[in-house]
Write a protein of this length. Structure first.
Length: 687
C-alpha cells in the first residue's frame, strides 16, 4: 500500500475493522503472525489522512527501537511527509525521556539529567550494600526494579517488605533513590515511573499532555507493567481514544514486572471497550499452528481465539529423543547442514531456540565442528565495550556535573595520576559538602584534604571538562552566560584527541586488539556526528539519546547470513523458515524453580500453576517462530552438577498431540551409533 491507495487495501475483514474503529477504546487481540504491525500503521495513516488528526497529536508506543523504526518506515510509505509532521512513534522509554526533558523542573531535575544504565545502577547498589555477592546484588536490583514498575515508593516498599532479603532491599531502595537524586540521574525504570507520577500528581502537566496526545496506539500490550498501564490511562484521560494491540498467549515477561492482567483490566476499566480478534496467521503452515493451538488451549483463557492459516499443511513436525546433550547438539548441527544443502537455503533461514543461556555452549561447539556460521543473542553489545563506555563517560560528565560515576570513570581513563585514595578522599569531602565530585574539586577547602601532587591532576582534569562544557554551550557554575554551542561533531573530535585515547589504547594493548578498539571509538564518534547533523542534536541531546540506545538496541544489529541461536524469550517477535527447539524436557521446558515447593502448600501449588502457564506461553512463542518446518528434541539424560540426571519429555510435547498424524517421532539420528554419526559428520563436511 502507498500514500495513494485507499485505507484498508489488502486487509482481511478483522484487520480492516480494527483500522477503522474510532468510536472509543479498542483492544485488538493479535495472534502470532497475524499482521498487527500492518494494522497499527494503517490506523495511523487513517487518522492522519481521513480523520483530520494532526501528526503531533498521534502517538504510537512499542517496546524496542527496532519495532519503532519498522513502524516508522511503514508509515512513511502510507502518509505524505507534511501530514506526518510531528508524529511520535517511539518506545515507552523514549517518550518518557521526551516528557522528562520538557517537564524537568516539575520533576525536580535539570534538563541535562543523566540516564544510568544497568551497570551504573548496579555499581551504586554494590557500594550501598558493601558486598560483591552477585546473587545478592541481582536480587536487590531486581526487586527495586519491580517496585518501581509497580509505582511503589521507598516508603511503600518498606511497608510491604516481609522477608529479611526484602527488608534489606527496601533499605537500599531508599538510599539508592537519594543517591540518584544527588547525581541528578534517573535509571531505566524511572523513565516511565516519573512521568506517570507527574501526570497523576500534577493537574497542569496532566492537562497539557492529554491535550497533546489526542490518539494513542500501544503495541505488545500484554508486556506492559503497572507503571506503563497507568501512563497510558493518564495520557488518554476520560476521552480514552486509544488502540491497544496485544496477545495474552504471548505474555512471557512476568519475571520483569509485566502483568497479563492488564489486558483483562482494560475490559473492566473501559466498559465500552471494543474487542477485535486477529486470528488469521500469515507466517506459519497449518501443522505448526495446529500444534501451537493445542498447547495453548491447556491454559485458562482470558479471551478465546484460535490461529489459522491458508499457507498449506506443511511438513510433519519432528520430535527427536536423544541420549544426551552432546548427541542432541550434533544432531541439530547435522540436520541444519543437510537441510540447507537439500533446500538450497541460506544459513539465516535456520534458528536454534532454547530455554536458558546455559544450553548454548554445547550447541555452539557442534556448529563450529561443522563450520556452520552462527550468531547468538545476548552477546556483548557494542555499547558495552569498555572503550565505548570510556568515551561516553566524558560526554555524560559534560552534560551533567552531578554524574559522579561518569566523573570517576573519565578522571581515571586514560590514567592521569588520579588514584583510588585520592578519589576516596574527594568523595568523602564532596559528600560532607553535599556537592558533586566535579564541583568539590573547585572548592578551596579541598586543599586541606589533599596534597598538592594529588590535587593538581584533579584540577587539570576539571578545568578541561569546564572548557569543553563551555564549547558545548554550557555556562560555568559561576552563573556566567553560556557561549554559543559549537557543533557536536567538532567537540567530539577535539575531546577524543585531547585525552589522547588512541595512544592510551596502543600503550595498553597489543597492536591488533588496540586497532580494533580504536575502530570502535571511531565508529561511535562517527555515528554520533551523523546523528547530530541529521537530527539537529546538541551534544546534550546526544548523551540522553545514547543512554536509551544502549539499553534498547542491544542485539539489534543487521543479521549476517548465519544460523541464529537464541533463548525463547529473546526470540519473541522474530520468525524463521526452519526452527530447531532444543531441550524440550521436564525441568527445562517447563523450567520449574525451587520456589515452587517452598512455603504454604496451597500458595506453592498456585505459584506452580502460574509458572507452568507462563512456561506454556513460552513454548507457544517458540512454536510460532517457525514458518515452514519445526524440529523438537529432548534428552533422556542431561549433565547437571557433574552427574547425569534422567530426564523425561516435556508435557508440552504430549500437549502438541503426539497421536496426531501432523506430529511425528524422529528416531533416525537417535538410533545412530557414534561411528555412524561421525561418518555422517565427515560426509557433510565434504559438501
Amino acid at each position: 500500500m502507498s500514500a495513494s491507495e485507499p485505507i484498508g487495501h489488502g486487509l482481511n475483514p478483522a484487520q480492516k475493522e480494527a483500522v477503522l474503529y474510532l468510536d472509543g477504546p479498542c483492544l485488538v487481540l493479535a495472534g502470532a503472525g497475524s499482521g498487527k504491525t500492518r494494522v497499527i500503521t494503517q490506523k495511523i495513516a487513517y487518522l492522519l489522512r481521513e480523520c483530520g488528526y494532526m501528526g503531533r497529536n498521534v502517538v504510537a508506543l512499542t517496546f524496542t527501537n527496532k519495532a519503532a523504526r519498522e513502524m516508522d518506515e511503514r508509515v512513511k510509505t502510507l502518509v505524505d511527509r507534511k501530514l506526518g509532521k510531528g508524529l511520535t512513534i517511539s518506545t515507552f522509554h523514549s517518550l518518557g525521556v521526551k516528557m522528562l526533558r520538557e517537564e524537568a523542573r516539575n520533576a525536580g531535575l535539570k534538563p541535562t539529567f543523566s540516564i544510568l544504565d544497568a551497570d551504573d545502577a548496579m555499581a551504586i547498589i554494590q557500594e550501598l550494600l558493601a558486598t560483591t555477592d552477585k546473587g545478592r546484588l541481582r536480587h536487590v536490583q531486581g526487586i527495586i526494579s519491580l517496585w518501581k514498575n509497580a509505582l511503589m515508593e521507598p516508603d511503600d516498599a518498606a511497608r510491604e517488605a516481609i522477608t529479611p532479603g526484602d527488608v534489606e532491599a527496601a533499605n537500599v531502595y531508599r538510599s539508592y533513590a537519594a543517591t540518584l537524586a544527588a547525581y541528578q540521574a534517573v535509571d531505566f525504570d524511572d523513565l516511565i515511573r516519573i512521568p506517570a507520577m507527574l501526570l497523576a500528581n500534577n493537574e497542569e502537566v496532566r492537562t497539557r499532555w492529554q491535550n497533546r496526545v489526542r490518539y494513542l496506539l500501544v503495541d505488545e500490550y500484554q508486556d506492559t507493567n503497572v507503571c506503563q498501564y497507568r501512563l497510558v490511562q493518564l495520557l488518554t484521560g476520560s476521552r480514552a481514544m486509544f488502540t491497544a494491540v496485544g496477545d495474552d498467549d504471548q505474555a512471557i515477561y512476568a519475571w520483569r514486572g509485566a502483568t497479563i492482567e492488564n489486558l483483562a483490566k482494560l475490559t473492566t476499566d473501559y466498559p465500552n471497550l471494543k474487542l477485535i480478534k486477529l486470528e488469521q496467521n500469515y507466517r506459519s503452515v497449518q501443522r505448526i499452528l495446529a500444534a501451537a493451538n493445542q498447547v495453548i488451549e491447556k491454559n485458562p483463557k482470558l479471551f478465546d481465539k484460535k490461529l489459522w492459516s491458508d499457507l498449506g499443511v506443511g511438513e510433519p513436525i519432528l520430535v527427536s529423543p536423544m541420549d544426551g546433550e552432546e548427541q542432541e547438539a550434533e544432531s541439530i548441527a547435522m540436520k541444519i547442514s543437510a537441510s540447507r544443502f537439500e533446500r538450497q537455503a541460506q544459513w539465516k533461514d535456520f534458528a536454534i531456540l532454547y530455554r536458558g543461556n546455559h544450553q548454548s555452549r554445547i550447541l555452539e561447539q557442534a556448529l563450529r565442528n561443522l563450520k556452520i556460521p552462527y550468531t547468538i543473542s545476548g552477546g556483548q553489545s557494542f555499547f558495552d565495550k569498555a572503550e565505548v563506555r570510556d568515551v561516553l563517560s566524558y560526554l555524560r560528565l559534560l552534560a551533567n556535573d552531578d554524574d559522579d560515576p561518569a566523573f570517576i570513570r573519565a578522571a581515571t581513563t586514560p590514567k592521569r595520576g588520579i588514584g583510588q585514595a585520592t578519589l576516596q578522599t574527594l568523595g568523602q569531602y564532596a559528600a560532607s559538602r553535599e556537592l558533586s565530585m566535579l564541583a568539590a574539586v573547585e572548592e578551596t577547602g579541598l586543599e586541606s584534604q589533599l596534597a598538592p601532587r594529588q590535587l593538581e591532576p584533579l584540577r587539570t582534569f576539571t578545568e578541561f571538562i569546564r572548557r569543553m562544557q563551555w564549547r558545548a554551550g554550557r555556562g560555568a557554575t559561576s552563573g556566567k552566560d553560556a557561549a554559543p554551542a559549537e557543533p557536536a561533531g567538532v567537540i567530539l573530535d577535539d575531546l577524543v584527541q585531547a585525552i589522547q585515547y588512541e595512544r592510551h589504547l596502543f600503550e595498553l594493548f597489543d597492536e591488533r586488539p588496540a586497532q580494533t578498539r580504536w575502530q570502535n571509538v571511531l565508529e561511535l564518534t562517527g555515528w554520533l556526528k551523523r546523528k547530530a547533523e541529521e537530527d539537529n542534536m546538541s551534544l546534550f541531546d546526544l548523551v540522553q539519546h545514547v543512554a536509551l540506545v544502549t539499553m534498547l538496541e542491544r542485539g539489534e544489529e543487521e543479521e549476517p547470513d548465519a544460523v541464529k541461536m537464541s533463548t525463547l524469550h529473546a526470540s519473541k517477535g522474530l520468525e524463521y523458515p526452519h526452527v530447531y527447539l532444543a531441550g524440550v524436557e521436564e525441568g527445562l521446558l517447563p523450567h520449574l524453580g525451587k520456589d515452587d515447593e517452598d512455603g504454604d502448600p496451597a500458595r506453592a501449588a498456585e505459584n506452580l500453576a502460574t509458572r507452568i502457564q507462563e512456561e506454556r506461553r513460552l513454548m507457544y512463542v517458540g512454536i510460532t517462530r517457525a514458518q515452514r518446518s519445526l524440529n523438537l528434541s529432548w534428552c533422556k539424560r542431561r549433565r547437571r552438577a557433574r552427574e547425569d540426571v534422567v530426564r523425561e519429555p516435556s508435557r508440552f510435547i504430549e500437549e502438541m498431540g503426539l497421536d496426531d498424524p501432523t506430529v511425528q517421532e524422529d528416531e533416525t539420528t537417535a538410533a545412530m551409533n557414534p561411528k555412524e554419526r561421525m561418518a555422517m559428520l565427515k560426509a557433510l563436511l565434504k559438501k
